[in-house]
Write a protein that binds this ligand. Sequence first.
Ligand SMILES: NC(=O)c1ccc[n+]([C@@H]2O[C@H](COP(=O)([O-])OP(=O)(O)OC[C@H]3O[C@@H](n4cnc5c(N)ncnc54)[C@H](OP(=O)(O)O)[C@@H]3O)[C@@H](O)[C@H]2O)c1
Length: 303
Amino acid sequence: MTGASGLVGFEISEQLSVSGHDVVAAYFQHSAGSKSVKLDIGDEDSMRSTLEQHKPDWVIHCAALTNVDECEKNPEKAFEMNGNASGRLARIVKKQKAKIAYISTSFVFGGAQEKTSKKSADASLPLKEDATPAPINEYGKSKLEGEKQIIASGARHLILRIDQPYGWAMPWQKSNMVTWTLDKFAAKEPFSIVYDWYNQPVYLGNFAPVCARLIEKDAQGIFHCAGGERISRYDWAQRIGRTFGCDLRLLTKSTSATLNLPAKRPDVLLDNSKAEKLTGIKMMGIDAGLAAMKKNRPAAANQ
Ligand SMILES: NC(=O)c1ccc[n+]([C@@H]2O[C@H](COP(=O)([O-])OP(=O)(O)OC[C@H]3O[C@@H](n4cnc5c(N)ncnc54)[C@H](OP(=O)(O)O)[C@@H]3O)[C@@H](O)[C@H]2O)c1
């Protein structure tokens, strides 16, 4: 697994290990435990030799340049890391007759304009896997390029599109929306959150078993695996505060214009029914995900 030290990769790696799979966890700068190997996805020879040494059945590819605004400022780097490196990895995977699972994003879509999939012309319906992508920022374009190069490689592939994954962060990991918001509440200073960004946040304790089940079922193709509910960042922060018993008076509303960030954010609604049907696992709504997170706090987590 690439990116096994990251937020998403670490959770999938734990889930697969618990389910009895032998996981080789590849990290870049932060060692992710005992069975881990250092790997730079920018180094093709190193990717080839790592795969030749470990001969995996599946390569779960989570490593990426994930900072959306950094991708906007540095599109060549984003394209190289998220697009070309993914393609090179997939071609090595194909040569070794393994399979690749790529963690992709709802940001391959741009928003309301694509809410027409081949099977549905109703603009109010969520996007199915066959809707035509049209990213509106460099991160989305680079991740879509990764999808395209993986498909073109001819390797057997699984592409999982997620949105705003959240869960407890390990000490070396960046914060996610929930841990960031809890930190803000804990500081007991007033803070604001934008109300005009919408997401479909997915709890990692819900997504990781879906990912594991799809791999165990040898699934192929694209699957949408976002959370079960679309919500604004501000409303999400309120739900976080409520679930964890924080002082909601500290939270105020702001607009994204005040953040002055380079990358536009799409407002995308994904249809998860294909993954839910095949795995038998329902994607959780916000309250269920937050309640599960509250219950399952690992001792090593930040916060
Ligand atoms: N976070 C989101 O909101 C979100 C939303 C949708 C999709 N996704 C996708 O989910 C996947 C995982 O995201 P995440 O949130 O877990 O990201 P993350 O926490 O930022 O982790 C990124 C991972 O990539 C590794 N990495 C960075 N540069 C590398 C390099 N040159 N070679 C090898 N590995 C490298 C990092 O390793 P070290 O830490 O060891 O340096 C880390 O394990 C990504 O493909 C991302 O696009 C994320």
